[in-house]
Design a protein around this ligand. Structure first.
Ligand code: ZN
Length: 256
């Protein structure tokens, strides 16, 4: 049996477990013999991930949920394959993620960025059960409470488990956030609300979907909120900005 390298009690992160970068963070949460996975990453790493899980002695039939934080291709491309290997698991995600994945929406999911020549396969994925704000996922005697945290995408979810928050692409250890992009359904005002909620919560640890876990540090969160607040008034962010003060200035100068 492979030694389990727990990040927190009952929580294993698969990149950390493998001691190499597989892709996005894939969290395995387990209790009383049951377990779930939060995100899976690209299809080409699914077999490696499932092999490691089997080697850690988690029975594949005991996987209760496959959890989708949001519908981005780098988080979900492998879900179809994962479900084939874990037939007992129920796939859960936000209704908007379910809609994008069922439709195979290549723009919302970042499978296709034509201007950059990016075109990635994305199988149609059917989410079995939609969840949103306040819903609870039970695994053994643990409960994960669903937080709807839009901003990066409209349907992004985070999951609270005690003092931990599986925080998706809301914020990373360096204070960066998930990509802000109009074609992706990003909304800066919503993003600020989601970050403020995380900042003001008594969650102690953030377990993001990219990079290492880190403390829920008020200063870090605040500086990110302040930066995003600035974005709302910058032309740099195009239609994601709410206004552009320079145009008001220009109006005044033109009429003067
Ligand atoms: Zn991401």
């Amino acid at each position: 049996m492979l030694e389990r390298r727990e990040l927190f009690p009952n929580v294993i992160e698969m990149n950390r477990q493998a001691r190499r970068r597989l892709g996005c963070c894939v969290y395995l949460v387990h209790s009383q013999g049951e377990w779930l996975l939060i995100d899976i990453g690209y299809e080409d790493t699914v077999t490696d991930i499932i092999d490691i899980i089997r080697d850690m002695d988690f029975p594949l039939a005991k996987c209760k949920y496959l959890v989708v934080t949001h519908a981005d291709v780098d988080h979900v491309q492998g879900m179809k394959r994962a479900r084939e290997l874990l037939p007992g698991a129920v796939m859960v995600g936000h209704p908007l993620a379910a809609e994008a994945l069922a439709a195979g929406d290549r723009i919302l999911t970042y499978a296709e960025i034509p201007a950059q020549g990016i075109s990635i396969d994305l199988p149609r994925i059917k989410i079995d059960k939609t969840v949103s704000e306040g819903d609870i996922l039970k695994v053994g005697d643990l409960e994960l409470t669903v937080w709807h945290t839009p901003g990066h995408t409209e349907g992004q979810l985070a999951f609270r488990c005690g003092e931990l928050l599986f925080s998706g692409d809301n914020i990373f250890r360096d204070g960066c956030v998930g990509n802000i992009d109009a074609h992706h359904g990003s909304d800066i005002a919503d993003f600020i609300k989601s970050l403020t909620r995380i900042r003001d919560s008594d969650v102690k640890w953030l377990l993001p979907s990219h990079g290492p876990a880190f403390r829920n540090d008020r200063k870090l969160l605040q500086s990110t909120v302040d930066r995003l607040d600035g974005y709302q008034h910058m032309a740099d962010f195009g239609t994601c900005a709410v206004d552009w003060p320079l145009l008001d200035e220009w109006d005044r100068e033109l009429t003067h």
